[in-house]
Design a protein. Structure first.
Length: 475
């Protein structure tokens, strides 16, 4: 029954993962153990729906808080630590409804110790070494280059880095923000600018009118009664008020610090960093560089190394298709045309090992996938009568005995592909072959989901959830 309950939760909430969200499943099984015994998996999953949504929202808040402490959620190691900390502290959030912000504060010291250790292990690079640090975020380290290719790449890097500093957008930004179209600042000054709330929120016109220096200022948010956005700024030595009560258009700005840590602060679109981020994104549309590299080049100059090969893996677990789900992974490579097929193979082979979807053509028996295709071709589609949120269609299979007979007609007596076992054994063996083929193709264990085809069925479920939720609240 517990497995059926977990399966129902996975079906209703495709973003869940049995391993990564194990604490959720454990907590819900404990919290709703009696409900599960009395009312069964389907009804219990309905009752637990709000807990799952609260869990997912809390997880997002927890990871966002840890990101604000300095963890980079795009870095495998950093994200791994964040998820481990979440697993350790999410159980009380589910069972006892504890506060997620308090849980995040409890691990702040641990995160800071981790980041200090990470920084002390990494020497501070100069501008030349910075180019190689940028490239380490790609998959170039997986590829073996010839010396001739490395010489070519260095020449291309030096040319592009200098040529891009003649771009009209770059020259205008430096003139307006840094005081002259040829001005640049140091990496340390750039890091301070990126961390400044003023640079994240205020446009350059505000800086100029208030007499705030772009380089060398410091700022912090302050609370003032009746005012939503105020900053205390040095060396100005006073508090400035800006904006309105309306929410500002914001986007995440990406910056790689001197220590090699990726920061992603939210910035107003009209701010200094908003303008820098937009210009950097525009440069990446025409040139083989990243947003972080473009921003560094605009502010600091120097030499950046364009990407010769980069890649990304996207893993989809329990992707919904009607009432059915499946797993799949994709690998996307962006490759410079001068790279050799062997180098592309090297990168792909190493990335492929990181794909998590376990669906594969390598079934233990070719017959399994053949049986799967045979059955799916004969399945009828039971579509929802009402096309509203929550309804779902399913496959309707003919009787297994009928399917076995049709399958055997394809082969002469005694053929190894036939299912000639006595009694119901043939049907069982045929269904097992289909289930094995289903697992090979979808990456998931086969089960027969229930159809929900009408608005009345959905309304009935929602009414039950509402009634039980109210009963729990009143109790």
């Amino acid at each position: 029954m517990l497995n059926d309950f977990k399966r129902e939760l996975l079906e209703r909430h495709p973003t869940l993962d049995l391993e990564a969200d194990a604490s959720l499943f454990e907590g819900l099984c404990e919290k709703y153990g009696r409900t599960l015994q009395k009312q069964g998996p389907l009804a219990t999953a309905e009752v637990a729906a709000m807990d799952v949504e609260r869990y997912l929202d809390s997880k997002a808040v927890f990871l966002r808080e840890l990101s604000s402490y300095g963890l980079d959620m795009d870095d495998t190691t950093d994200r791994g630590l964040a998820l481990e900390l979440w697993v350790e502290r999410s159980y009380p959030l589910i069972v006892d409804n504890q506060d997620v912000y308090h849980a995040a504060q409890e691990v702040q010291r641990e995160v800071e110790r981790y980041l200090l250790g990470k920084e002390s292990a990494s020497p501070v690079p100069d501008a030349t070494a910075l180019a190689s640090r940028f490239s380490q975020e790609s998959i170039e380290s997986l590829v073996t280059y010839t010396q001739k290719q490395l010489d070519f790449l260095q020449a291309f890097s030096e040319f592009l880095s200098r040529a891009l500093q003649l771009d009209r957008g770059v020259l205008k930004f430096r003139r307006d923000i840094l005081g002259d179209s040829e001005n640049t600042i140091s990496q340390e000054e750039a890091d301070d600018l990126i961390r400044s709330p003023a640079a994240r929120c205020l446009p350059i016109d505000f800086f100029n009118e208030a007499g705030i220096p772009v380089v060398g200022h410091s700022a912090r948010f302050v609370s003032r009664e009746g005012v939503s956005r105020s900053l205390y700024i040095e060396p100005l030595g006073k508090t400035v008020t800006f904006g309105s009560d309306e929410p500002q258009e914001q986007f995440p700005f990406r910056w790689l610090t001197r220590e090699g840590r990726l920061e992603r602060p939210l910035v107003d679109q009209s701010s200094i960093l908003g303008r820098l981020g937009k210009l950097s994104e525009d440069l990446t549309k025409q040139h083989p560089i990243t947003v972080e590299e473009a921003s560094y080049l605009i502010l600091c100059g120097g030499v950046i190394r364009p990407r010769s090969i980069s890649g990304r893996i996207e893993n989809y677990n329990f992707a919904p298709a009607g009432a059915h789900t499946y797993n799949h992974s994709t690998i996307m490579l962006t490759v410079a045309s001068w790279m050799s097929p062997e180098q592309v193979r090297q990168a792909y082979a190493k990335l492929r090992r990181q794909a998590t979807a376990n669906n594969t053509y390598r079934s233990r028996s070719d017959r399994n996938i053949a049986v799967f295709r045979f059955v799916i071709e004969r399945a009828a589609l039971q579509v929802p009568r009402d096309l509203v949120i929550g309804t779902r269609g399913i496959f309707r299979f003919p009787p297994w005995r009928q399917l076995v007979k049709e399958w055997n007609k394809q082969y002469p007596s005694g053929h190894r592909q036939r299912f000639d076992q006595p009694g119901t054994t043939a049907e069982k063996m045929f269904r097992n072959a289909f289930a094995a083929g289903y697992r090979a193709v979808t990456g998931l264990k086969y089960y027969a989901p229930k159809a929900l085809t009408t608005k009345e069925a959905i309304d009935s479920i929602m009414e039950k959830v509402k009634t039980r939720t109210e009963a729990r609240s009143n109790g």
